[in-house]
Design a protein around this ligand. Structure first.
Ligand SMILES: NC(=O)c1ccc[n+]([C@@H]2O[C@H](COP(=O)([O-])OP(=O)(O)OC[C@H]3O[C@@H](n4cnc5c(N)ncnc54)[C@H](O)[C@@H]3O)[C@@H](O)[C@H]2O)c1
Length: 438
């Protein structure tokens, strides 16, 4: 087919134009990496974000302003500009609905948008995380219907899962292996060629649904293992065993073990959500995925357990949650980033408010978190607010909190109750009545 060899030539000659739909945690770093080699048109339907990028400013922590090269990267909120592209990569959100079923409306909207400008010879790649079958059975029909073109005959289609880990200083798009699976073996090959100079090693798999399954395996593996270690932490707490010390020792085994750590609950746009995508799909095939759902339930219990620990700590000091002043240290879902999406801090704040506590939050990276009790803005001054609090709960292991001497001194002087859900202070369990470690 002519258009396929033309795409190959454009990749080889580096004249291919790459379109990216959705410039968020995934799409923006991808646009930056592609723009080192190809011309990139980045389409986002959020005008303010596009304006920022057009003036050379980034809103994603991992992308520095100087990484944005407007000579090769053109951010736009006009989807017609995607017409000039040879490849169009879709990286839009895949959240859950209230009932934990997949919300594919963003993929649907993006596919309709792309369908409007789709021409013979275009190649579409989905990057959003989703259940196996979405690219071929859900997205392709929308593209076909909107464009009146036929997949494989007129345009190419592939899926490539995204592995970016926000805040990770060691691994990024360019040094992480990238999996690709096309609708046909030829499309897998073209997708490989496109990503070859941009990402780490390319791993080809048989088709789109196998590539989609890879992402499901990775995130479910993480979710289930975190749930396992959360459950162990609940058991060991009753047995007066320090789960952290046990994990440190267990991880010295050089094979057959990989450490995971307990915490106040899982957060972010991936781990708490993606497993339910597969769970939902499995039910269509008559399989009730007990393992996946149990992991979700255990992880969802951890914010409540964290509140119970605070209650226990306060009781030891003859205090009650009602009327107590609680400072949350960290509202981001993981260390040294600002992302608060699905952060366990939200549920913890809501539970504490329901119990009648006064809440303040402090986070050196995040400005604000939204809850059903309104928005909580990070305090400016950490130390003053430590002095205000009856109890501080360490939710996020940001560097600023690790072995923090101001917090440790207040514990030693018995002036503050601290619940440490991340082993951030590295004090031994049981050393101080007012130090409660998960
Ligand atoms: N954040 C991560 O660490 C991560 C890692 C791997 C995979 N993923 C997956 O990648 C996908 C994207 O996640 P994200 O974290 O980048 O989301 P995000 O919310 O940070 O970014 C998505 C962007 O797409 C834009 N958008 C939404 N609908 C659009 C449309 N129809 N047209 C144009 N722009 C549109 C939004 O304005 C937003 O800027 C999800 O499926 C997610 O599960 C995320």
């Amino acid at each position: 087919m002519n258009w396929i060899s033309s795409l190959e030539d454009k990749i080889k000659e580096k004249t291919a134009v790459v379109g990216i739909v959705g410039l968020g945690y995934v799409g923006l770093p991808l646009a930056v990496s592609f723009s080192k080699i190809f011309k990139v048109i980045g389409y986002n339907n959020h005008k303010e974000k596009v304006k920022m990028l057009q003036s050379g400013r980034s809103y994603i922590e991992d992308v520095k302003d100087e990484d944005i090269n407007l000579e090769t990267f053109r951010p736009t909120d006009d989807y017609y500009e995607l017409e000039k592209c040879d490849f169009i990569i879709i990286a839009v959100p895949t959240p859950l609905r209230q009932d934990k079923s997949p919300d594919l409306s963003y993929i649907e909207n993006a596919a309709e948008t792309v369908g409007k400008i789709l021409k013979k010879g275009h190649f579409v790649i989905l990057k959003s995380t989703t259940y196996p079958g979405t690219t071929e059975d859900f997205m392709a029909p929308i593209l076909e219907e909107t464009s009146q073109l036929k997949v494989a005959e007129d345009f190419g289609l592939a899926y490539s899962p995204e592995r970016v880990d926000p805040g990770n200083k060691e691994y990024n798009i360019e040094n992480t292996a990238n999996v690709v699976g096309g609708l046909t073996p030829e499309f897998t090959r073209i997708c490989r060629m496109l990503f070859e100079d941009v990402t780490g090693t390319i791993i080809e798999v048989k088709d789109c649904k196998t590539a989609e399954a890879v992402k499901m395996i990775e995130n479910i593996f993480r979710n289930v293992n975190i749930a396992l270690v959360n459950e162990l932490s609940l058991i060991f707490e009753k047995m007066d065993i320090d789960v952290w010390e046990s994990i440190e020792a267990a991880k010295t085994k050089p094979y057959g073990f990989m450490p995971f750590y307990p915490g106040p609950g899982v957060g972010g746009h991936c781990i708490p959500l993606d497993p339910y995508y597969l769970s939902y799909r499995a039910k269509h095939f008559g399989i009730i995925p007990r393992f996946i759902e149990t992991a979700g339930e255990i992880n969802d219990f951890m914010p409540i357990h964290t509140v119970n620990l605070a209650k226990k700590g306060l009781q030891k000091m003859d205090k009650r949650l009602r009327g107590s002043r609680i400072l949350l240290l960290g509202i981001a879902y993981k260390s040294n980033i600002s992302d608060t999406r699905e952060s366990p801090a939200k549920n913890i704040i809501e539970e504490l408010k329901e119990a009648g506590a006064s809440i303040k939050v402090y986070d050196p990276h995040s400005e604000c978190i939204h809850t059903r009790y309104g928005s909580f803005k990070s305090e400016e001054n950490f130390i003053n607010n430590l002095e205000w609090a009856d109890c501080a709960i360490i939710i996020t292991d940001h560097d600023e909190f690790l072995e923090n001497s101001a917090i440790i001194n207040l514990i030693k002087k018995r002036e503050l109750i601290v619940v440490d859900t991340r082993n951030a202070l590295k004090l031994s369990k049981g050393d101080f009545d007012n130090y409660i470690k998960l």
